[in-house]
Structures are given as structure tokens and as C-alpha cells.
Design a protein. Structure first.
Length: 271
């Protein structure tokens, strides 16, 4: 498909636009993954279908968050909070998701949640959630904060609706609110033959092969809606989140961004 008008260019991705069109921006760089620390690679089999016996040694030491990591994550949270155009009462700062559990991999994000009480704000809870979500997306897509090769993803969490996670670690208290349990018999589900994964993979392959720029935004939105639905109902080991992780690890998200960037570059350039 030939792009001959800015109106035909799908540059508005998931509540943001220009950040996806620049290869030097944070969101793009998050898919150019850096390798984890060499010591970690020697200790952990990231390709295993079982849970890792130890928490990720890139950021944990004896089940305690490394001091330098905690310091930097607090700084990231402070920077994000400064972007909010309203008074914000931080009740806690917690680490959740796969990097706070035994099911992480070399591409895992560090999920950092600023906890606040939505009921304290004099506004509709749904509008407030949408506001925080848009701020989250803009911040994450325009910054590239990395901790030993792992991207940091910031979110705002309602204190009354805790995110489902195998582990929850409070940076404010330096203690586990919910310590993850290692189960040597647990096998991470294989989603490679699931209908949803195969359908998404087929759609992505067709979009990339045909350079179908109009399908980029819908595909991005579908993938991220899938992930959010899985995280809200089943946590990081949900089928939906595992499909997202597999597509990300296979490079599909970066390929979509590359396709979008090339389309915009061709549109506004002269040879």
C-alpha cells in the first residue's frame, strides 16, 4: 500500500503518535533489547519452560532488591510523578510482575507501580484511570529507563484494586508484601499452538509482508488489550500475557515500529 497522505499514515499508536516515529525515542529502544548481565546468564536458563529457581540476579540479591536498583527505581517514580498535573499522594511504590517472581526472562520488563487511593480524588474513577493510563503510556513510550538490560514500565495502581501478581515488593518499606513461591513442578503454559497466538501471528505476518500500514494501529491495540486483559484477570502467567511476551520476544512489536517509521520517513522525505 502506498502512503501518499499524512491522513493515510497510522502514526497514532495507543494514545501517542510522534514517539513511535523516531528510532531514538524510548519506546523504540525498548525493543532493541540489551543482554542481561553475564553473571545472570550463567545462572539462569531463560529458555526453560519451568520457573527459575532464583529471582532475577540482575536486580535481586538474597531476595532483597539491590540498593542501586532501588535508588534508580525511586528516581524513575519521582520523574514520572512530576509529569502528573494534579496533586498525587503516593501510598506505596511496588514492584510486581515477572521480575518480582520466578517466571522472568531476558526480555522481561520491570513493572513499577505507584500506588494511590483513587477514592481520594474528586473525580470519576473511570476518568481518573484513563488519565493515569494516558500519562503512563506517554511516559513509558518517550523514555527508555533500563536496569541491567530490563526496561522499566511505570503504572499507577489504585490501592483498592491491587494488580494480580505472583510477587509484590514494596520499595518504600523494603519488604515483600507478597513473596513469590517457587514450584519446581510448575510448567509455564506453551501458547505457541493456541488459536489466539496463531491468528495474531498470521495477521502480523500478513501486515509486515504486504506493508499494510493501515493495520499497524489496530494490531498494536489488539495486542496490548490482550495483555491488559490477561494481567487483570490472571496475572503475568495468564495465557494472554504469555502470548504478548512470545510475540514481543519474537520481534514482532519492533518490526511493526520499524514498518511505521519507514512509512513516515518515505512520506516526508525527498530523494
Amino acid at each position: 500500500m502506498k502512503i501518499n497522505s499524512i491522513n493515510n499514515y497510522p502514526y497514532k499508536f495507543y494514545n501517542n503518535h510522534s514517539t513511535f516515529s523516531r528510532p531514538e525515542n524510548g519506546y523504540y529502544n525498548k525493543f532493541q533489547q540489551k543482554p542481561a548481565a553475564a553473571d545472570s546468564l550463567r545462572q539462569v536458563n531463560f529458555c526453560s519452560k519451568n520457573l527459575n529457581k532464583v529471582l532475577c540476579p540482575d536486580i535481586w540479591q538474597n531476595d532483597v532488591l539491590k540498593p542501586e536498583v532501588a535508588k534508580k527505581l525511586n528516581l524513575v517514580a519521582d520523574i514520572f510523578q512530576q509529569t502528573l498535573a494534579l496533586p498525587f499522594e503516593r501510598k506505596d511504590l511496588v514492584l510486581v510482575g515477572s521480575m518480582a517472581s520466578h517466571n522472568y526472562g531476558k526480555f522481561s520488563d520491570i513493572d513499577l507501580h505507584l500506588v494511590t487511593d483513587f477514592s481520594k480524588y474528586n473525580t470519576d474513577a473511570r476518568l481518573l484511570a484513563d488519565y493515569f493510563k494516558s500519562k503512563r503510556d506517554l511516559f513509558n513510550y518517550t523514555n527508555s529507563f533500563m536496569m541491567y538490560g530490563h526496561p522499566v514500565e511505570v503504572s499507577v495502581e489504585d490501592a483498592a484494586r491491587k494488580a494480580r501478581s505472583q510477587g509484590r515488593y514494596s520499595l518504600m518499606s523494603g519488604q515483600w508484601l507478597k513473596k513469590p513461591v517457587y514450584d519446581e513442578n510448575f510448567v509455564i503454559p506453551d501458547v505457541s499452538k493456541s488459536e489466539k497466538y496463531l491468528n495474531l501471528k498470521k495477521s502480523l505476518d500478513e501486515c509486515l509482508a504486504n506493508k499494510d500500514f493501515k493495520r499497524i494501529t489496530p494490531l498494536f491495540q489488539e495486542i496490548y488489550r490482550l495483555r491488559e486483559a490477561g494481567l487483570s484477570t490472571g496475572g503475568e502467567l495468564s495465557k494472554e500475557n504469555l502470548i504478548f511476551r512470545k510475540l514481543r520476544n519474537e520481534g514482532y512489536l519492533k518490526k511493526l515500529i520499524d514498518l511505521s517509521y519507514n512509512a513516515l520517513s518515505n512520506l516526508v522525505s525527498l530523494d
